[in-house]
Ligand binder design. Structure first.
Ligand code: NAD
Length: 261
C-alpha cells in the first residue's frame, strides 16, 4: 500500500523517546520531513540522529506546557520546511496519583501539559492546512479516556475530554479536508510503562516480572505492545489512505478496553 506521505511535513511532539519517537520514525520511514520536540536537548539529539537515518529532520528543545516554546518550535519548523501537513500531539504522562492525593497545582499543570498543548499546537497549524486544503491532526492520548484508572486521575479526566475535542475539531475543520483523530494508547513498552510498573510493584508487593505477566494476561493479545505498532497506525492515519477517517478515537491496545463503543 502506498501511503503517499513522501515529502509531507510532520510535527511530532514529545518525541525524544517512547511512543512519540516511534511515530516520528514511522513517518520518516514513509518519506515525511519531520520536526520533533522534547524538553531534554541531549535525549532529543539522539532521537534526531536516529530519525535522520530515514528522512530530513529538525529537533527543537521545547516544553509542550510552554506557549513560547510551542510558538518557537512551530516558527523553526516553518523556517526549515515552509509548511506543516501533519501534527501529532503528545506529551509526558501526568502524575500517577489518586484523587485525594492531588493538589490544585498538579491539576493545573496537568491541564497545561495534557490539554492546552493540544489546543495551542492545533491552533498554530490549522490556518496553513485550511489554505492548502489538506491536513492530518492526530492526538496521542490513552485508553483511560474510555476505561479510567484510579491512580491516573488527571489523565483519565483530561483524556476523555480530548476525545470530545477530537470530535468537535473534526466537525469544524472537516470542510477544509483536514482530518482529526485520537489514538487511545494501551500498554506499550516504554520508560513511562516502566515508571508505572515501579509504582504498582511497590503498592502490590510483587516483582516486575509478576507485574508484567499479570498485565499481559489481561490483554486479549496476551502481550504489551511495541512503540512501533503505534507509530505505524499513526502513519496510516496521516496518510492518503485514511482520507475518509475523521473524528475517531481509535484504541491501539491489543483489545484491552472491553467495551464495544
Ligand atoms: P516516555 O516517557 O517513554 O516518553 C515521553 C516523551 O515525552 C519523552 O520524549 C519526553 O522527553 C517527552 N516529554 C515529557 N514531558 C514533556 C514536556 N512537558 N514537553 C515536551 N516533551 C515532554 O512515555 P510514553 O510511554 O512514550 O508516553 C507518551 C504519552 O503516551 C504519555 O502522555 C503517556 O501518558 C501516554 N500513554 C502511554 C502508555 C504506555 O503504555 N506507554 C499508555 C497510555 C498512554
Amino acid at each position: 500500500m502506498n501511503l503517499e506521505l513522501n515529502n509531507r511535513v510532520a510535527m511530532v511532539a514529545a518525541a525524544s523517546k517512547g511512543i512519540g519517537k516511534a511515530c516520528a520514525v514511522a513517518l520518516a520511514q514513509e518519506g515525511c520531513k519531520v520536526s520533533v520536540c522534547a524538553r531534554n536537548a541531549e535525549e532529543l539529539e539522539k532521537a534526531r540522529a536516529e530519525i535522520a537515518d530515514h528522512s530530513d529532520v529538525i529537533a527543537v528543545a521545547a516544553d509542550v506546557s510552554s506557549v513560547n516554546d510551542l510558538e518557537n518550535w512551530y516558527r523553526q519548523t516553518i523556517d526549515r520546511f515552509r509548511q506543516v501537513d501533519i501534527l501529532v500531539t503528545n506529551t509526558g504522562g501526568p502524575p500517577v496519583k489518586r484523587f485525594m492525593e492531588l493538589s490544585d497545582e498538579q491539576w493545573l499543570a496537568g491541564v497545561e501539559s495534557t490539554l492546552m498543548n493540544v489546543v495551542r499546537l492545533s491552533r498554530l497549524v490549522i490556518p496553513g492546512m485550511q489554505e492548502r486544503r489538506w491536513g492530518r491532526i492526530i492526538h496521542l492520548t490513552s485508553l483511560v479516556a474510555k476505561q479510567p484508572m484510579d491512580e491516573l486521575t488527571i489523565s483519565s479526566t483530561l483524556r476523555a475530554g480530548l476525545s470530545g475535542l477530537t470530535k468537535t475539531m473534526a466537525n469544524q475543520v472537516g470542510p477544509h479536508n483536514i482530518t482529526v483523530n485520537a489514538i487511545l494508547t494501551g500498554h506499550i513498552m516504554t520508560d513511562r510503562q516502566q515508571a508505572l510498573a515501579d509504582v504498582r510493584v511497590k503498592e502490590r508487593g510483587i516483582t516486575h516480572e509478576e507485574y508484567f505477566v499479570g498485565q499481559a494476561a489481561e490483554i486479549p493479545l496476551r502481550r504489551i505492545g511495541e512503540p512501533r505498532e503505534l507509530g505505524e497506525v499513526v502513519a496510516f492515519l496521516a496518510s492518503e489512505r485514511a482520507s475518509y477517517v475523521t473524528g475517531v478515537s481509535l484504541q491501539v491496545d491489543g483489545g484491552l478496553v472491553r467495551s464495544t463503543l
